[in-house]
Design a protein around this ligand. Structure first.
Ligand code: BDR
Ligand code: CA
Length: 320
């Protein structure tokens, strides 16, 4: 039995690695991919998702999601991910066609078709899931569980001073999703920056992928290498040295293995009004709000184990 996973992403360099990782796992079945505007605009994200789906042999609907956040104008991160969303990688033309449904509808249809079975995985802004909740408020009870890459708890931001990208792009959507899942039977799992930034690719990691591309000739291995070189250069310019924080794959891997990190429960909400802190995920460590925890936060990550696991899955999956 494979685990069905619905992925909502703004591909995006680390989103592309997460997609490749999930496609490479025989025990995961990708139920669908929802494209959302974020790292780059929606047409570019969607093209990346269609092309990668074809190259990776993902036989699942790929749906166009929202092209704008719920309230604020879209901001994109071309400096981080490149104008194409995949750094200097060149994608071949794709013949994959989109599924005509809206991304929000795919969330609803997939969860309704397999109640209690599908793992939801949000690797970008929460816009589509927030829209899906308007169509089907029972989603928190229809999904098996929800995993989110986003937020920064007691940790600096990577977008605003205190805000993380996926939340900062659409804070209202993230706030609505967290509120709606408060009474979910299983608490959503959030991989926030303090967890995902422990996963740092170095030249050694890149060398493994360069060797994989040379050994297999798999186009996606080459795409990831060319994308990662751009991502490394961005991190170097941002003061982190020749390396890259690779966020989304850790959350994807934890979602399907339960491994490589522990979790701790916390009540978390999204700041919508702050003049300096809009988009911050605020954790109530001392229980001042009197609310029950609404999230499981990834903690105590084992980054070396995880990177070795990730490379192993890619090496096996792309060689097949
Ligand atoms: C998140 O923002 C995006 O740029 C990455 O793909 C990741 O999902 C990290 O803050
Ligand atoms: Ca992402």
């Amino acid at each position: 039995m494979s685990l069905p996973v619905l992925i909502d992403c703004d591909t995006g360099i680390d989103d592309a690695i997460a997609l490749t990782y999930l496609a490479a796992r025989a025990d995961v079945s990708i139920s669908g991919i929802v494209s959302t505007a974020g790292n780059v605009d929606l047409p570019t994200v969607h093209r990346n998702n269609l092309a990668l789906s074809e190259l990776l042999g993902i036989d699942a609907p790929v749906c166009r999601g929202a092209d704008q956040p719920l309230v604020q104008p879209l901001m994109t991160a071309d400096d981080t991910h490149g104008a194409s969303g995949l750094g200097d990688a060149v994608l071949p033309p794709t013949t994959r066609t989109e599924d005509p449904r809206a991304g929000a509808q795919l969330w609803v249809d997939t969860a309704r078709a397999h109640p209690g079975e599908v793992v939801g995985l949000v690797l970008g802004p929460h816009t589509n899931l927030a829209l899906a909740l308007e169509i089907e408020p029972e989603l928190p009870r229809l999904l098996r569980r929800l995993h989110i890459m986003g937020g920064a708890i007691n940790h600096r931001g990577n977008t605003g001073a205190t805000s993380e990208w996926n939340i900062a792009v659409d804070p209202e959507a993230a706030q609505r999703v967290l509120a709606a899942f408060t009474d979910a039977p299983t608490r959503p799992v959030m991989g926030a920056l303090e967890a995902t930034e422990t996963v740092r690719f170095t030249q050694e990691t890149l060398d493994r992928l360069i060797a994989l591309a040379a050994d297999t000739g798999h186009p996606v291995a080459t795409i990831l290498v060319d994308a990662l070189r751009f991502y490394f250069a961005f991190h170097e310019a941002d003061g982190f040295g020749w390396s890259a924080h690779v966020h989304d794959p850790l959350v994807a891997a934890h979602a399907v293995t339960g491994d490589f990190a522990a979790t701790r429960s916390l009540a978390v909400d999204v700041e919508l009004a702050g003049t300096l802190t809009r988009g911050q995920t605020v954790g109530d460590e001392l229980g001042r709000w009197g609310r029950q925890p609404n999230l499981e936060l990834l903690t105590d990550v084992r980054p070396e184990d995880f990177i070795e696991h990730l490379l192993g899955v890619l090496e096996q999956g792309l060689s097949a």
